[in-house]
Design a protein around this ligand. Structure first.
Ligand code: FCX
Length: 438
């Protein structure tokens, strides 16, 4: 059985060769145009960065190293006694492009569990924060402060060689992924459970099994399985999304992985990005309150129009890249379809009913390029059903997950020697000059 690092060591030379070849032979080859809409439209569609782990097709959705979500569900190892993909097997795939064996997955679970305890200074920091501080701010602060232990930073100060950057980046990334569950669970316990003690990390359990335990839901096998699936499929969504891109940008300055990912979490905390799953629940519950038992398609339609006419977006619908229903939404819906208790849940029934009318309303409204649901339209509702009702916390779970993709790609950026990111900005006057001369 090979370790994660040994597997990575094997795949790096071929990728480095591929990169060298592209750079040497094709640096001046034109592969697309820059339109004014790219410059003024948030760079949508502009192919301008490298990201190995996943590619997002507008119609097909995400593929991780070529594997779709159903492929991953078939091929990636689950936890003992479970069926869903686990974070470790997704992490292995995202980092190396290889499907791990059962033994490799278990070995990685053990490594993460052994590295998972928080240093005392982090516990003190988190415990000192007001419980009214948003959990995402707490998570970002905790992750930033963990850079106290960054081996990348320590080795940089000692003058390590450029060829060694990826190794210390990898060490930091694995240590951070290992510690995220304890950090995120501590925030949950402090904010919602009066700071009650966390159980110790069980060295025989997978990362998310331990996370669920520390949150206090370990006895709920279905919720733990849901969290495994949720965390695996939220792990990566190309490089251009705001959180992954932020990690990539900050790390390109050779900031260590901790502060790079802390910045990414600040991007994830915005309502147009990760916070949308909190917003969906807030919106769904307000609708449930207003409609009472009268949840008909007509009433949901009226409520959707009311939201749109008040100038708000319908949370959980639309996407910067996707142009059909998000396969992550479909995977989470299928999880619900196999469990009678979830099918009976009023919140989940409402998600389904909303899905039956919202695309039509959004098409009629005519603004959004994608009237179909994204993953946030459903992700929080299952948590809510199982009693994890504190929806201000939901983006933290997303933050634990997105580390899998965003951090593994920092390792690749350093292995390929990608430079400091520095796109060119221009003023409107310069843009107008370019327009008249083109
Ligand atoms: N409801 C109402 N209006 C919407 C809409 C929605 N769900 N989605 C897009 N629009 C509007 C936009 O606000 C924009 O209006 P404007 O011209 O007045 O500024 C217009 O439609 C065109 O936007 P579009 O190009 O389709 O979408 P963008 O790429 O600009 O934005 C997001 C994509 C996701 C930000 C947008 O669809 C949105 O606000 N959705 C709701 C929030 C949400 O669910 N976010 C989660 C996304 C994702 F899954 C994640 O990152 O987690």
């Amino acid at each position: 059985t090979k370790t994660l690092k040994e597997t990575l060591q094997e795949v790096i030379p071929a990728k480095q060769e591929q990169f060298k070849n592209i750079k040497a032979k094709h640096s001046q080859t034109v592969v697309g145009d820059v339109k004014v809409e790219n410059i003024i439209g948030g760079m949508r569609g502009l192919k301008a960065m490298l990201w190995e782990a996943s590619v997002l097709d507008p119609y097909e959705g995400i593929r991780f190293h070529g594997l779709s979500i159903p492929d991953c569900q078939k091929q990636l190892p689950a936890a003992p006694g479970g069926k869903e993909i686990i974070a470790e097997s997704m992490l292995w795939l995202l980092l190396t492009g290889k499907v791990p064996t059962e033994a490799e997955t278990r070995q990685l679970s053990r490594e993460l569990a052994e590295k998972g305890d928080l240093p005392a200074y982090i516990e003190h920091l988190i415990d000192s924060l007001p419980t009214s501080l948003h959990p995402m701010t707490q998570l970002s602060m905790g992750v930033a402060a963990l850079n106290h232990d960054s081996v990348f930073q320590a080795q940089y100060e000692k003058g390590m060689k450029k060829s060694e950057y990826w190794e210390y980046t990898l060490e930091d990334c694995i240590n951070l992924i290992a510690r995220l569950p304890a950090l995120a669970a501590r925030i949950y316990r402090n904010v919602y459970r009066s700071g009650s003690d966390l159980p110790a990390i069980n060295k025989d359990l997978d990362l998310v099994g331990n996370y669920s335990n520390m949150l206090g839901y370990g006895a709920n096998h279905d919720l733990t399985e849901y969290l495994r699936l949720y965390i695996s499929i939220h792990g990566d969504h190309e490089g251009g999304n705001a959180s992954a891109h932020t990690a990539h940008l900050v790390n390109s300055t050779l900031s260590d992985p901790y502060i790079s990912y802390s910045a990414a979490l600040c991007a994830l905390a915005g309502p147009l990005h990760g916070l949308a799953n909190q917003e969906v629940l807030r919106w769904q519950l307000a609708m449930q309150k207003e409609l009472g038992d009268n949840i008909t398609h007509e009433n949901i339609k009226d409520y959707l129009w009311k939201t749109l006419k008040s100038g708000q977006v319908v949370p959980g619908y639309g996407h910067g890249v996707l142009r059909k229903s998000d396969p992550r939404f479909i995977a989470l819906q299928e999880f619900c379809d196999t469990r009678p208790d979830l099918l009976q849940s009023p919140t989940i029934q409402m998600v389904k009913k909303t899905f039956e009318v919202a695309p039509g309303v959004l098409m009629e409204h005519g603004k959004t390029k994608n009237p179909w649901p994204n993953v946030d339209a459903t992700s929080g509702c299952v948590l809510y059903h199982y009693g994890l009702t504190e929806f201000k916390y939901y983006t933290v779970i997303f933050g634990v997950s997105r580390a899998l993709g965003a951090l593994t790609q920092l390792v690749w950026a350093r292995a390929l020697g990608l430079p400091l990111e520095r796109p060119k900005s221009i003023s409107m006057d310069v843009l107008e000059k370019l327009i008249t001369t083109s």
